[in-house]
Design a protein around this ligand. Sequence first.
Ligand SMILES: C[S@@+](CC[C@H](N)C(=O)[O-])C[C@H]1O[C@@H](n2cnc3c(N)ncnc32)[C@H](O)[C@@H]1O
Length: 260
Amino acid sequence: MPVYGEFAEIYARGDYPAFSVRIAEVLPPILERFDAAPQRVLDAACGEGSFAVAMAARGVDVTGIDASPRMIALAGQRAAAAGVSVRFLCGDMRHLPFRGQFDLVTCWYDSLNYLVSEEALGRAFGSAFGALAPGGLYAFDMNTTYGLAVNWRRTECYVQRDDGGVFEVHRPRYDFEADTATLRITAFLREGEHWRRVDEQHHERGYRIEAIRAMLQAAGFAELGVFASLRDLSPPSPESGRLFFYSRRPFGAPGGLTPA
Ligand SMILES: C[S@@+](CC[C@H](N)C(=O)[O-])C[C@H]1O[C@@H](n2cnc3c(N)ncnc32)[C@H](O)[C@@H]1O
């Protein structure tokens, strides 16, 4: 069963999209610090389009790509409801079908943690590099190993949501050998007098910050900054649960890894 199948609708109707809506609010002044005011943005793993639609509403030309057909369908609905135009397509962020055409590539809300091997993560970085114009920025967040192994597991089983329409339970665990967290999601969606059950297992891998930096460098990127908080741009600490990375495709850099 692929992730973000039936769960996509629960995600879109829950609190989850608020994360990237908030990022769209705070991002422009952060980008200004890096002398960037991007006009052509690619949101990789765009999900149900919350960030892409919020950026498009600010007049930016946005393309969103996601592996889940259901998320992409919901993204189209979100754009139509907001009255904005965004190109949404279904695809894998390890094999982006673009060459040198974006000023900014983004990837929010742990989406890169879903790539559970260094080979896959390096491929996604190389693919983002290839999609950027020279001088373009790559901005993303990732859960840290600490975030997945400690923060995610503070409670063995908890009710994420209970609002009369959705009852959603999360059961996290962590495999220390594979540095991989598994979140077992069981949700019940009310449909009239009945409840429909939805089950999904999401796997996220934690990577050491130095490994991520080395992979970005290997893909050709120049690091601009790594922060523990989007709001105050505080530096990472060993207890940071999530990190925000900003890198640039240098001017005059060769083409990067060719997406296979
Ligand atoms: C936690 S959601 C985040 C969605 C969106 N970025 C947001 O901020 O709401 C993770 C997303 O990553 C997508 N995803 C996971 N692996 C992917 C891949 N290899 N290529 C493209 N999308 C992927 C999933 O389909 C899902 O929409």
